[in-house]
Design a protein around this ligand. Sequence first.
Ligand SMILES: [Ca+2]
Length: 105
Amino acid sequence: MPSDLESSMQSLITVFHKYASKDGDQYFLSRSQFRTLAESELANFLKSQKDPCAVDTIMNSLDSNRDGRVDFNEYVSLVVGLSVACEQCFQMHLKQNKPSAAAKK
Ligand SMILES: [Ca+2]
């Protein structure tokens, strides 16, 4: 049975190929495939974005080799970046809810 982390890694791979394999080359997300993935799998994140062009902006910043499509490495960099941001929010939440030293006395 896979661990939580192994299951998460499997999900990363499965989600990428679910959208990349819809048409064309299964190893890349086209712009429209990336849009569908983002709108389906990152809906809550996108709701917090005020920029109506957020998906295009993200896609442009991910496409590091400028070939107009997102490969698995570029996709993973998005997930890692979002995970780092979420973890920072989690740390802030913990600090805000931590009882102060004065309250302990
Ligand atoms: Ca690319």
